[in-house]
Design a protein around this ligand. Structure first.
Ligand SMILES: Nc1ncnc2c1ncn2[C@@H]1O[C@H](COP(=O)(O)OP(=O)(O)OP(=O)(O)O)[C@@H](O)[C@H]1O
Length: 303
């Protein structure tokens, strides 16, 4: 069984601390690495892949350090975020080049196997320049898989894909994970991680903010207090009614309207129309104030 371990891993660039004291263990199956832009996901993946030295701590694959360790490189594959331009090559040529770089005993057979795995056999002799974004990404996954690694790391593999391509890539990651490989993919989109992976590592500002079962973490995220901005035909009267409501934690009244802090999103959004109707008040404006992904993440960090 392949296990990737990070023990107290940090990485800084001058004064910037990109990754701060991260400890985690990854085993077989698909894990999502979730975090807002700039959280340190790419830095973390590059250290995992042995392309970047940790400033402190150690990354090991089954006990072997990944940094500058060719024996370990043979056991892992990385699909980086930047899309290299190989448009003049066919997928077959591109994957074959990767097989030869790995000095595989039968590069042709390995290429065939990898291309079949990502379901690109029909298009393999067409130039990559003629591919859709999703097909190009699959060609890159095939190149990273050609040496049959147990660990596959993917940096934002769904970026720029349309929903159909996304679904296809998700299926591919699932089947690789089900076959016993250890798959880690990064994303800044909550729903993406939810669809692919039951296990998630959340990274915020270089630190591991949460780790484990997606549903538990999701609950933590959605049960946080929600802030709404409300405007109505009679804000003061509405404020009086709202403060008596169990789902409401606080109400602020100012010249522009009401700011309502609700503990339970669903209960509040159901209660508001009922209260307004009962009191003959018309709600003109209702807007959740604080729903950016960053605010969800920062709540997790503070929690
Ligand atoms: N080579 C570098 N030199 C200086 N600072 C860097 C370097 N690489 C990354 N950083 C900084 O480290 C932090 C983490 O960057 P990183 O690219 O790892 O984050 P990320 O989560 O992958 O974000 P994104 O999805 O936007 O690429 C950022 O503040 C970034 O500016």
């Amino acid at each position: 069984m392949t296990e990737l371990q990070l023990a107290g891993v940090s990485r800084w660039y001058g004064n910037v601390v990109a990754v701060n004291d991260v400890t985690m263990t990854l085993g077989p199956g698909v894990t999502g690495l979730l975090g807002p832009n700039g959280a340190g996901k790419t830095t973390l993946l590059h250290m995992m892949a042995g392309f970047l030295a940790p400033s402190r701590g150690a990354v090991t694959l089954d006990g072997e350090p990944t940094w500058r360790n060719p024996a370990v490189y043979r056991r892992l594959g990385l699909v980086s975020e930047r899309e290299a331009v190989h448009s003049f090559l066919t997928a077959h040529e591109f994957v074959l080049a990767s097989a030869k770089l790995h000095k595989l005993p039968d590069p042709e057979a390995a290429t065939r196997r990898a291309i079949d795995l990502v379901e690109l056999a029909d298009a393999q002799h067409r130039r990559i320049g003629t591919y859709s974004k999703g097909m190009r990404q699959r060609a890159r996954v095939a190149a990273a898989l050609v040496h049959d690694p147990q660990l596959l790391l993917l940096d934002e593999p769904f970026n720029g894909m349309d929903p159909r391509q996304r679904l296809h890539m998700m299926d591919l990651l699932h089947s690789l994970g089900d076959a016993g490989r250890t798959i880690l993919f990064s994303s800044h989109i909550l729903e993406e991680v939810e669809q692919v992976s039951g296990t998630v590592q959340v990274i915020v500002a270089g630190r591991l903010a949460a780790s484990g079962d997606f549903r538990t973490i999701r609950r933590l995220m959605t049960n946080r207090p929600h802030v709404f901005v409300v405007r109505s035909t009679d804000d003061r009267a509405l404020a009086v009614r709202l403060i008596g409501e169990a789902s409401v934690n606080g109400v602020e009244l100012d010249a522009t309207g009401l700011t309502v802090r609700a503990g339970d999103y669903g209960a509040f959004t159901r209660a508001l129309p009922r209260i307004a109707l009962d009191s003959g008040i018309r709600v003109r404006h209702l807007l959740p104030e604080d729903e950016s992904l960053e605010s969800v993440f920062s709540y997790l960090v503070e929690a």
